[in-house]
Write a protein that binds this ligand. Sequence first.
Ligand code: ZN
Length: 446
Amino acid sequence: MLMMGYLIWFNVAVAPGIINNPYNKRVDNQENKVVRGDILASDGSVLATTEVDEDGKETRVYPFGNTFCHVVGLSSAKTGIEGMENYHLLSEDANVLKQLANDATGEKAMGNTSITTLDMDLQETAYNALGDNKGAVIVMEPKTGKILAMVSKPDYDPNDAATDYSEWLTYDSTDSVLLNRATQGLYPPGSTFKIITALEYIREYDEDDYSYDCTGSAYAQGGTTIPCSNNKAHGQENLQKAFANSCNSAFSSIGLQLDKTKFRSLCNTLLFNSKLPINMEHSVSSFAVDETSGISEVQETAIGQGRTMVSPIHNLMITAAVANNGVMMKPYLVDRVETAEGTLVEQYQPQEAATVMTAEESGLITEYMRSVVTSGTGYALKNASYEAAGKTGSAQYDSSENVHSWFVGFAPFDDPQIAVCVVLEGGYTGKDAQYTAKKVFNEYFK
Ligand SMILES: [Zn+2]
């Protein structure tokens, strides 16, 4: 499924987009008149600029190389912010006198500058925390949707694109350096999906009435046997404890108690099976259960396996909605656009995407996610100086022992300032995803 996701992305999404987009061609005519503007980090550090030599030859330069490669993107391929902001970077809003002077002398004007929401320290921390693993790290303010960091690996040096891009295109899809896994990767959500299963359960039932005796696995007649991690018997659990323990037996049986139509409807509200409200290239998450689904598919889906697939940015948006009283914000990467001289052209404001759950529901899920850290599988964050809430996940994707490792969470749990999503692809080395997330939280709250 994972490989299929990549292949679909390459064949359907990217190739025609790059080659056939007439909008890009039209805007690119501007390149004869305007020197492409700069892309800056939130502190003013230059992430992309255009150097012009004596002969007027222009070279796009990325001072921080690999660290920002996917999120800033490539001007040549119109990916990332380079693609999103193409129009602004090739527009010049300098005053009329300056424009007239440029026209008279034939001199090229300087394009506008995009000042992003990206935080230098958090981006570098996230980049280093991911290490040599394949995967993604994204950091967002849940209250605004502001993206503070976005990293995907494997990565590339955008300064080498002129010579190496055609070779990068030939890479096997699972090894692709061009794929921005943060937005375009599709993975089974594993146990992070229990956030959604729990939400649907508390909508249909009274959580106080829930109790379950875990014996280490759960068999359903006509379905399949779902084991808990290492076949551990979790014993007697209420819903909060089952969530903190990430008890597969409990949650697969919860899945069978849910109304399939309502479950699907919730997932559609959460933006499964549809485009996300972001300008950047991304893949559509899928939720496959409907009225016709069989028992084993429902058991598997309830614990984030089966045919459910999610992108990291989407998983982060759902987590951030929990952190933001049920209001899902539109993620955004550009704070404002200025002229080359620093005059404001456009200022972006936080925007709500949708209210996806009630404040009461988000409060309850937050409690559950807090107990993951205080008494459950999120132990890496237990003794941190800040009080985090989160959900771990490990997702099987083939018959091997390898799993993808997930962490989604936010801190402080009672007044969330940042939400973090980490996915480490199967075969990762070192500790699991919660430790990667911890390095990012540590940097933010240091
Ligand atoms: Zn269990």
